[in-house]
Design a protein. Structure first.
Length: 369
């Protein structure tokens, strides 16, 4: 599993030898949102948040942030509706995963993996009513979304190693409504007395390469660009960053094993980086992924270098690790029975280097207007 090898070497280099501005470097822990047609689904079968020994493996090799996905329809079953009432069984399994990570000094990003939709995850990312769509009688309201976040953030307010990701990849809706939903969530979080870092997503699957565009993947043509709208977010704690995603295949979908060119990442970050710099905003690349081959490694490496050299970016998490992926081409989950390039991933010695020294930068980054 050469991807894991390269990834680990890169992390060690990044955290040990560079005077990097990157504070958080890690992986997505995907699995809690799996099995979207099975509600509520069975833990360990349809969904699972983390594999503890593998999280420990990442920590031992320098990872300091894990984005842990979950499904809104499991946290707030349809019979309860979106809001303050949770399925406490699901919540406590999720909390176990978050606690496992943060008790070890790492950071955990809370990620409702719902594309700004609620009530039918069966055909994600397209099914379900858009949160706050007032023309849809079945849609959860923006206020309910705020209540949901108020409850959730309240439960984690005393854990400084938690980061709140408002929503995974909103798309095909008005950018103005995304701002409204984001603001309701942020208000809910702050009203709960939770001051931790909040990641604010945008339209077009929150993709970095189209942050300043009015059309493109996941944007209804003629949409207001994220760059024209989302700067209006208001955080009384001034502790937020924009949540961005970037995949290095030709259509930015993260579904192809091939990459376009070694410079593809930086080229597609130029415009959004300019916007961040001009407005003094910060961003976190919470999903980045590419295939397991030489060109993709170069493309990944150049993208990480770009992030490192542009201080408005202060974190990233790779897509994806997680207990249920199996032979997924972007998987970096260790010890899975998958062979790539003749290297078996169940051999721990394949990962070179020693664990980096502690990264104790803490939650220092904030966005300024
Ligand atoms: C976690 O991963 C280890 C390999 O690192 C494996 O042996 C174990 O069965 C996994 N546990 C679960 C609960 O999936
Ligand atoms: C809550 O989650 C548990 C575990 O997945 C499940 O067994 C139970 O049926 C769920 N309850 C509701 C109301 O969805
Ligand atoms: C909002 O709901 C209406 C009525 O169901 C629907 O026609 C429209 O496409 C929805 N808007 C979005 C952005 O999903
Ligand atoms: C986004 O806009 C830029 C600048 O106009 C353009 O070069 C780029 O091709 C657009 N991207 C997409 C995916 O449409
Ligand atoms: C979302 O928008 C894209 C265009 O950006 C379009 O191709 C796609 O069909 C839309 N998806 C949905 C579910 O409307
Ligand atoms: C950004 O921050 C710098 C240094 O703190 C300051 O000089 C500059 O005026 C700020 N720019 C904007 C657009 O706020
Ligand atoms: C990554 O790129 C840097 C320069 O940008 C280079 O020094 C380093 O050798 C590259 N690492 C790998 C593993 O390709
Ligand atoms: C990392 O921090 C822990 C707890 O503060 C400490 O016990 C350990 O020695 C540190 N490790 C290094 C390599 O500094
Ligand atoms: C790029 C990628 O693999 N994205 C996947 C992330 O995981 C969700 C489900 O959790 C999939 O729907 C995406 O295709």
């Amino acid at each position: 599993m050469y991807l894991l090898f390269l990834f680990t070497v890169y992390l060690i280099t990044l955290l040990q030898f560079c005077k990097s501005k990157i504070i958080y470097a890690g992986v997505n822990e995907s699995g809690g949102e799996f099995g979207t047609t099975q509600l509520p689904g069975a833990f360990g079968v349809d969904y699972q948040f983390i594999n503890q020994s593998n999280v420990q493996y990442f920590i031992d090799h320098g990872v300091n942030v894990f984005r842990v996905t979950f499904l809104l329809e499991r946290m707030c079953p349809l019979s309860y509706g979106l809001g303050r009432k949770f399925n406490e069984t699901y919540f406590s399994l999720y909390q176990d995963a978050i606690d496992f990570i943060t008790e070890r000094g790492s950071y955990a990003i809370i990620d409702p993996h719902n594309y700004m939709r609620y009530n039918d995850p069966s055909m994600q990312p397209n099914s379900g009513s858009v949160i706050g769509n007032t023309s849809d009688p079945n849609a959860a309201t923006t206020e309910q979304f705020g209540d949901f976040w108020n409850e959730l953030a309240g439960r984690f307010r005393y854990n400084p190693n938690v980061i709140f990701g408002i929503m995974n990849e909103p798309h095909n809706m008005s950018t103005e409504l995304i701002l409204k939903d984001d603001q309701a969530a942020l208000d809910g979080i702050r009203d709960a007395g939770a001051g931790q870092l909040v990641l604010v997503p945008g339209n077009g699957y929150t993709n970095a390469e189209i942050w300043t565009n009015s059309s493109g993947n996941g944007l209804i043509p003629g949409s207001t660009p994220n760059s024209d709208v989302l700067g209006n977010i208001y955080d009384p704690f001034d502790n937020f960053a924009f949540d961005m995603h970037l995949y290095l295949d030709f259509d930015f979908s993260g579904t192809h094993n091939t990459c376009v060119s070694a410079d593809f990442g930086p080229q597609n970050l130029v415009l959004v980086t300019q916007w961040l710099e001009e407005n003094n905003f910060t961003a976190f690349l919470s999903e980045i992924g590419a295939g397991s081959n030489q060109l993709c490694f170069e493309a990944l490496n150049n993208t990480f270098s770009w992030l490192e050299n542009h201080q408005n970016f202060f974190g990233w998490s790779y897509w994806a690790a997680g207990p249920l992926w199996g032979d997924y081409f972007q998987s970096v989950e260790p010890y899975q029975p998958v062979k790539r390039f003749g290297i078996s991933s169940d051999n721990p010695t394949e990962v070179a280097g020693s664990p980096p020294s502690n990264n104790s930068a803490g939650i220092a980054a904030s966005s300024r207007h």
